[in-house]
Write a protein that binds this ligand. Structure first.
Ligand code: A2P
Length: 276
């Protein structure tokens, strides 16, 4: 396998810069697909309570001797201090591991206004040691500032929608200024990003696929990328991004693909699935 790139988080823990996302992976196929990814060289898996497949991830991770970095996330209806502690216990039991590497608040749900007390519960879980690192997902500058001001504890990670058509330049600058690592969800952008002529041209130049060029863009920008694939061949294709580099001209051309309307997923200011 190729050498893994890693990021040292603000709490000193080390996280692979590349991993497998398992959103929409059916529970009954998850163990096999994650096991296949680990056999190919993946060393990180990103799941969530809301994906319904933590148990399958846990079985695959327990079945290997490799050290796998496991992320899971707290679902929206489980926000609130005590509910968050119970939700963690359930995810911990589903995964069946000795510890969870990274636990994230999945969405801020600002209208429920529970994210700050939820964050306090995560701070407590970290102090207890069953989770090594804590962070958030889909947080904005405003919601990040609130939890940092409240607790003084800076999330290790904010996992956000990020890809060449939605580069999140301002939020990433805030992360950098505050020592927060950025994980990109939907790193391949869904939709027709992989058919973009600029990406196709750069792929041709390097003898790579558009997906590999797109994933390499994340790595070159210091982002953690967790592409989801339920197809073993594409899982392997996506891993082959660790052994080539984009040049300055490629990166300049890709910087111009950013679009104000490039978001493909929900808006974190209004997303409240599970609470409707
Ligand atoms: P599949 O699971 O059939 O491989 P993202 O992580 O950006 O949300 O993208 C996930 C989507 O992109 C999935 O539909 C996945 O389909 C597809 N995908 C993953 N890897 C590749 C690839 N190398 N080339 C084309 N499509 C891919």
């Amino acid at each position: 396998m190729t050498d893994q790139l890693t990021i040292t988080l603000n709490d000193g823990h080390v996280m692979p810069q590349f991993g497998l996302g398992v959103w929409q992976m059916p529970e009954d196929e998850t163990e096999r697909l994650v096991g296949n990814a680990i056999a190919q060289g993946y060393r990180a898996v990103d799941t969530a309570k809301a994906y319904g497949n933590e148990a399958g991830v846990g079985r695959a991770v327990r079945a290997t001797d490799e050290t796998i970095f496991v992320t899971t996330k707290l679902w929206n209806p489980d926000q609130g201090h005590d509910k968050a502690l119970k939700a963690f216990d359930r995810s911990f039991a589903e995964l069946g591991l000795d510890w969870i590497d990274l636990y994230l608040i999945h969405w801020p749900v600002p209208q429920a206004n529970l994210f700050a007390e939820t964050w306090k519960a995560l701070v407590r879980l970290k102090e207890e040691g069953r989770v090594h690192s804590i962070g958030v997902s889909n947080f904005t500058i405003e919601t990040l500032e609130r939890i940092i001001d409240d607790t003084g504890v800076v999330p290790a990670v904010n996992q956000i929608e990020c890809h060449p058509r939605f580069q999140q330049v301002e939020l990433r600058a805030f992360h950098e200024a505050n020592g927060i690592a950025t994980t990109s969800w939907s790193p391949l952008g869904r939709g027709d990003l992989l058919a973009d002529p600029v990406i196709v041209a750069i792929a041709d130049k390097h003898g790579r696929t558009p997906a590999q060029v797109t994933l390499r863009w994340h790595l070159e920008n210091g982002l953690i990328a967790i592409p989801k694939s339920a197809n073993p061949d594409r899982q392997g294709e996506n891993l082959q991004t660790l052994d080539f580099r984009l040049d300055g001209e490629d990166l300049e051309r890709m910087a111009k693909l950013d679009r104000a309307d490039g978001r493909t997923g929900p808006d974190p200011d209004s997303f409240a699935m599970g609470l409707d």
